[in-house]
Design a protein around this ligand. Structure first.
Ligand code: HBI
Ligand code: FE
Length: 277
């Protein structure tokens, strides 16, 4: 409400979710978004994502109470969801991830912005990010990402890690015996990009390569021109479970790549890709 004092976040930007304060029309907007995305993700989202959605019981009954989510999530992978006002500074974000806390925006998008929002809201953060935190391998990767993010802060390598986050956590694809599937939160929570990412011939789909991802710029206001494809979530954890100094040096020595730019060493993945036998 106008004039209401803004929530004063703590030093780590957490606020009280105050679940009872959500209005009926806010729960209704969650239900609309949830049912719309759930309907188009069957057969398109990775099975681990769909399994996570079930486990978290965010069946479209309204904006989840983070305390209830955490009672399910924490025993499985040690992760908890904490409420924040919106985007938090990178240093704060990484510190939360390293401590297995996912900072989820408390607000839900307004009715006039149901299709796309620039800043993550509770639907993007909880529907998009939380289900895979129930998967032990992905949960370990996200904690490793937080640790590497804190290390990168001190070495001014943030842009490299932000690119990794963008092209995996937000817009990643995975190859399965049944074909390409979506695990990126930015895609699963986007009405239009689900089909585009799996079926449109225009974007390039290339095999995940850590250095290639770290060199690749991205745009936040348009569909991706390049998607990176993994074969297993272990590929992500393995990529970060080591000292990245030498990689940062090699990446810094080569020019950054534009979002849709091709590279000689790219391993292109055809649309009808099936997992390697
Ligand atoms: N803050 N709440 C929130 N959620 C995010 O996803 C987020 C953020 N701050 C920074 C950020 N993401 C990205 O810049 C990461 O690449 C670090
Ligand atoms: Fe996100």
């Amino acid at each position: 409400m106008l004039g209401m004092p803004a929530e004063r976040p703590a030093a780590d930007f957490t606020i009280d979710q105050d679940w009872p304060a959500y209005a009926p029309d806010e729960h209704q907007r969650w239900r609309t978004l949830f049912r719309r995305q759930e309907a188009q993700l069957v057969g398109r989202a990775a099975t681990e994502f769909l399994a996570g959605l079930d486990i978290l019981g965010t069946a479209g009954d309204g904006i989840p109470d983070f305390q209830r989510l955490n009672a399910i999530l924490w025993p499985r992978t040690g992760w908890r969801v904490v409420a924040v006002p919106g985007l938090v500074p990178d240093a704060v974000f990484f510190a939360h991830l390293a401590a297995r806390r996912f900072p989820a925006a408390r607000f839900i998008r307004p009715a006039e912005r149901m299709d796309y929002i620039q800043e993550p809201d509770v639907f993007h953060d909880v529907f998009g990010h939380v289900p895979l935190l129930a998967n032990p391998i992905f949960a370990d990767f996200m904690a490793a990402y937080g640790r590497q993010g804190l290390a990168a802060l001190g070495r001014n390598r943030l842009d490299n890690l932000a690119r990794l986050y963008w092209y995996t956590v937000e817009f990643g694809l995975i190859r399965t015996p049944q074909g390409l599937r979506i695990y990126g939160s930015g895609i699963v929570s986007s009405r239009a990009e689900v089909l585009y990412s799996l079926e449109d011939p225009r974007p390039r789909r290339i095999a995940f390569d850590l250095e290639r991802v770290m060199r690749s710029r991205y745009r936040i206001d348009a569909f991706q021109e390049t998607y990176f494809v993994i074969d297993d979530y272990r590929d992500l954890f393995a990529a970060l479970d080591r000292d990245l100094s030498a990689i940062y040096k090699r990446v810094a020595a080569r020019p950054a790549l534009a979002p849709g730019e091709a590279c000689a060493e790219d391993r292109c993945i055809p649309l009808a890709a099936e997992a390697r036998p």
